[in-house]
Design a protein around this ligand. Sequence first.
Ligand SMILES: [Zn+2]
Length: 275
Amino acid sequence: VAAYLDAKSNSGKFILRIEDLDPPREIKGSDLEIIRTLELYGFEWDGPIIYQSQRTELYESALAELDKKELIYRCQCSRKYLRANAQAGPSGLIYPNTCRSLNIPSSIQHAIRLKVPNKLFKVKDLVFGHLEQNLQSDLGDFIIRRSDFWFAYQFAVVIDDAAQNITDVVRGFDLFDSTPRQIYLQQILAYPTPNYLHLPLAIHKDQCKLSKQTNAPPISKTKLNSTLIRCLKFLGQKPPADLQNTKLDLIWQWAIQHWQTKLISKQNIVVKNNN
Ligand SMILES: [Zn+2]
């Protein structure tokens, strides 16, 4: 909703991209379920729907470009090895760059990591303000292709954002601290850096994010108006009390006209586990 309102209120285009880069964990047909629900709620997107799982060639060619610049290498470290040997950092374990100079043969099962510089990266976010991260000391070289040959989210989104001329990325706060990695990738691939807007998360009482893994119920397919109004309030917007009783497209019209990013809270919001 926030991405849609942000695009529409700026007379921008809204693009739908299915980021299906984790087939082992994917439930068959869940993409169609998402698309149908978006249609039901009245979302309209521009152009065709892009599936990341069908764009491997594009990612391969960017990978080849980084290889030519000698910025990537093969890594065979197991999770067990890293748990025992890597220090904890602000974004998880800091990779100790173990395999950087080992020249692991390609015949061994391996992930591909990107060399990161000892340099501070700054993010300016419209809601959460500034974030500074030194990729080397806070994170270490990170994985851009997993050992099962699927590309990492970090890598694929940067290539797709550039390929689709994305100017504004609107997404959850859980991805905020991955932004410096994406900015670094944009710099070495000579892509522009889009604007970033991160949103507070809908969480359970115990602080974990509402998701399928934490048994959050699916979005209602019948109470469209009240669900959309509730979502607008979640985003800090102030819909008038009688708006709920009007037509769905008039709620959208109001929301597009009145969209204000400065009303979005920085606080994650506890949502009760019912519709
Ligand atoms: Zn390694």
